[in-house]
Design a binder for this molecule. Structure first.
Ligand code: SF4
Length: 326
């Protein structure tokens, strides 16, 4: 169903009205078994809130989650615990989600202790750690003694201790060296292949999506502006924002660096959403209609949708270089 999340804005309005900020607006995503979906957007796009809403850490103001086609009655119900028991959220900074006084071995084994789902014998916990690429010697250490990459592997091992059907990974490569980033993403691919686990990977980094995504969802100001198969999004982006994100990817070879891009401004505040298409204040292709009328989603192909009055294929704008974000 379409999830919406609103929070009080903190502003005061007369006559008892409570102002709210819409962080997510009617975001609807079907996650298929064994699929890796990357949700991509700049900071403030609502992507982390969506991941948290999926596991019940944020209560949506509207919308429902369905599991195996059956809608869960509400986010506080017992049935919602079923979703949580079958899903794991990997936080952006795993160390802060660990108990600093608990050793890594005990942290990895904890979900099994709580759910009684699986052995907590040392050799089995060592096996879990190894599966996540973490050597046995780290099990006796405390979280602060681990590097960023090791902590992330410990978080993955902990998630694997109950073999979740869904893993939500929030910025899984943030703060990691490039050499370690590939290892973490390859680990996700291995887990998907071995357990048919579904992944929702939340990232601002299209290189992450390029590495692992089967499907990509592009979020702007809490709305999905484009979604589709990864290969199609990279080859044939239709929304000017998607094109801008693609053009913002670093180019490794300086000889192929693009000309300096035009500045197209900053993300508007959620408290002052632009009228019409919310991207029009930054879009080089905006026309009068964009400033007054919100675009609705249309099909580019059966699995590829875009919300834009003038998709790039129609305007042939995809061939125009230098549409970049700052
Ligand atoms: Fe740009 Fe208009 Fe499309 Fe919005 S609807 S992305 S302003 S062309």
């Amino acid at each position: 169903d379409k999830l919406s999340v609103s929070v009080p804005s903190g502003r005061w309005l007369p006559f008892g009205k409570t102002p709210t900020l819409d962080i997510l607006v009617e975001v609807s995503i079907a996650l298929r078994v064994g699929e890796i979906v990357c949700m991509v957007g700049e900071s403030g796009s609502g992507k982390t809130t969506f991941g948290r809403a999926l596991v019940g850490l944020v209560k949506p103001s509207a919308g429902r989650i369905a599991l195996d086609g059956v809608a869960l009655p509400d986010f506080t119900s017992r049935s919602f615990r079923r979703v949580r028991s079958q899903s794991a959220l990997l936080f952006q900074d795993p160390v802060t989600s660990f108990n600093p006084r608990q050793r890594i071995g005990s942290i990895i084994a904890e979900p099994r202790h709580i759910t009684h789902a699986g052995s907590t014998k040392r050799e089995d916990i060592v096996g879990l750690a190894r599966k996540a690429g973490l050597a046995e010697q780290f099990l006796s250490r405390f979280p602060h003694a681990l590097s960023g990459g090791q902590a992330r592997r410990a978080a993955v091992a902990r998630a694997l201790s109950v073999v979740p059907r869904l893993i939500i990974a929030d910025e899984p490569t943030a703060g990691l060296d490039v050499s370690v980033q590939g290892g973490v993403l390859n680990l996700f691919l291995d887990i998907r292949d071995e357990f048919r686990t579904t992944f929702l990977v939340i990232t601002h980094n299209l290189s992450v999506a390029r590495h692992i995504a089967d499907r990509i969802v592009i979020l702007y100001l809490g709305r999905v502006v484009e979604s589709g198969p990864a290969e199609e999004i990279f080859r044939n982006p239709q929304h000017p924002y998607t094109k801008a994100l693609l053009d913002s990817e670093p180019v490794p070879d300086p000889a192929h660096r693009r000309e300096e891009p035009p500045v197209i401004g900053e993300v508007p505040s959620l408290a002052a959403r632009p009228k019409g298409c919310e991207f029009h204040t930054r879009c080089r292709f905006a026309q009068d209609r964009c400033r007054t009328e919100a675009p609705i989603k249309t099909d580019v192909s059966p699995d590829h949708q875009v919300a834009c009055h003038f998709p790039l294929a129609a305007t042939k704008a995809a061939s125009i270089p230098n549409l970049r974000l700052v």
